[in-house]
Design a protein around this ligand. Structure first.
Ligand SMILES: *[C@@H]1O[C@H](CO)[C@@H](O)[C@H](O)[C@H]1NC(C)=O
Ligand SMILES: *[C@@H]1O[C@H](CO)[C@@H](O)[C@H](O)[C@H]1NC(C)=O
Length: 420
């Protein structure tokens, strides 16, 4: 751009005037103070006020994020507010404010909604690992703006999730995983209309899976694995039309798998393994046309036969049905319809009879097949080349009546597995 001397002066004046007029509005003082309190509560060994004396939205620690909000009553224009607070170690490349040995959750966060009226995300990763840090016993009072509450890998975080968590109208993500948090899962979580992800895993939750969760119509991920949950799988979960992942594994859940789960037409991942389920493999699984992985292993009382449900489930990549007390034959339809199957585990059951020839079709996709510890008999249908290629990934031991033919240097070697 060519500028005459006079227009250059005018231009500079405009720039200077503009800068003065747009003296950026500051983070409200109360929010700045609340942020210092939050930082001090996770690490009292750091002098946060000394390190970050200025407006925390302009020069604050990583992990503290702000956004501008226009305030019609304020002529100075948009005002900054804190929208995200991320604490604790994530990786060497993340510089979230680090947590100290005495980290706790400041009362300004969970009990004073007014401290951060625009907060969308509150995130603690690997923060409470040393001394016990209890969640507040009073009902939480979080800002209505909150969309994500994430507490991951905080083993010394204890306490309970109060029913008031159901009062957060915008909550999309509630994650409490790898913690010492206990108590029952509040049924009020069902009141969260926008909840997409509910992960309450690897903690100490007990009591039932609340049937109220069936009201979370936006839910895509429901993971309550590795707790001490008991009772039944609520049939109401069949109403979660958008559910993609359902993981209730490693709990103490009993009773049958409800047929209404068959309505989960978008479900891709189902893990109910390591529980106390009974009543057999439900034929309703056959209605879950989007299914990619299904794990039921480690429910020794499940029993029954492997149902003929595989037509229409050609998208399945993995099936875990070990240790279920399954009886009867392996259906040939599994070989016919499961054209993408990588992983098949039917070991440690009571399966009997010959392996159907159709299973040979699994050779095209299979990476691991475990049929060990059953009562299977006869010859195996797989080619010598496949057996060779799979090596340890094809497990057939513990089937005394099964004989494996293997072509080796031109000669057939018959390997009998004497109950190994
Ligand atoms: C942690 O808390 C204990 C007990 O309150 C105290 O003795 C100790 O000095 C604190 N440690 C740090 C690093 O603040
Ligand atoms: C078969 O059963 C034996 C004895 O219970 C066990 O040690 C072995 O790990 C089982 N094999 C497989 C592949 O599960």
């Amino acid at each position: 751009m060519e500028l005459s001397p006079s227009s250059t002066v005018l231009f500079l004046l405009l720039v200077l005037f503009g800068a003065a007029a747009q003296e950026s509005p500051r983070l409200p003082a109360a929010e700045q103070e609340a942020a210092y309190a939050a930082l001090e509560s996770i690490n009292s060994g750091v002098d946060w006020r000394f390190l970050y004396p200025d407006d925390l939205c302009l020069s604050g620690p990583h992990g503290l994020l702000c956004d501008l909000f226009s305030d019609p009553s304020d002529s100075s224009g948009a005002v900054p507010h804190i929208v995200e607070l991320n604490f604790g170690f994530v990786s060497d490349f993340s510089s979230n404010p680090p947590c100290g040995p005495n980290a706790s959750i400041s009362p300004v966060l969970l009990s004073a909604a007014s401290s951060f009226p625009f907060l969308r995300k509150l995130f603690y990763y690997n923060c409470f690992a040393a001394s016990r840090s209890p969640l507040p016993t009073r009902p939480w009072s979080l800002p209505a703006s909150l969309e994500e509450l994430v507490l991951i890998q905080n083993p010394s975080l204890v306490g309970r999730i109060p029913p008031s968590v159901g009062d957060l109208p915008r909550l999309r993500r509630l994650v409490v995983s790898g913690t010492g948090v206990s108590g029952t899962i509040p049924d009020e979580i069902g009141d969260l209309p926008d909840l997409e992800q509910l992960v309450l895993s690897r903690s100490r939750f007990r009591g039932p899976v609340p049937s109220g969760l069936g009201r979370c119509s936006a839910l895509k991920i429901l993971d309550l694995s590795a707790n001490r949950l008991s009772g039944r799988v609520p049939a109401e979960l069949g109403r979660l039309a958008r559910l993609v992942k359902l993981d209730l594994s490693s709990n103490r859940i009993s009773g049958p798998i409800p047929a209404r789960l068959g309505r989960l037409s978008r479900l891709e991942f189902l893990d109910l393994s390591n529980n106390r389920l009974t009543g057999g493999v439900p034929t309703a699984l056959g209605e879950m046309r989007g299914l990619k992985e299904v794990y039921l292993s480690g429910n020794p009382g499940l029993g029954g036969r492997i149902p003929e449900i595989w037509e229409g489930l050609g998208g399945i990549l993995g099936i875990g049905m070990s240790g279920l007390g399954l009886t009867g034959n392996i259906p040939g339809s599994m070989g016919v319809f499961l054209g993408n199957l990588c992983y098949l585990a039917l070991d440690n059951n009571l399966l009997e009879g010959e392996l159907p020839d159709q299973l040979k079709r699994l050779e095209a996709s299979a990476k691991e097949i475990n049929l060990a510890n059953n009562s299977l008999a006869g010859r195996i249908p797989f080619s010598a080349g496949f057996v060779d290629r799979m090596r340890g990934k094809l497990k057939l031991t513990g089937n005394p009546k099964l004989c494996v033919e293997e072509e080796e240097s031109g000669a057939f070697v018959v390997l009998l597995h004497f109950g190994l």
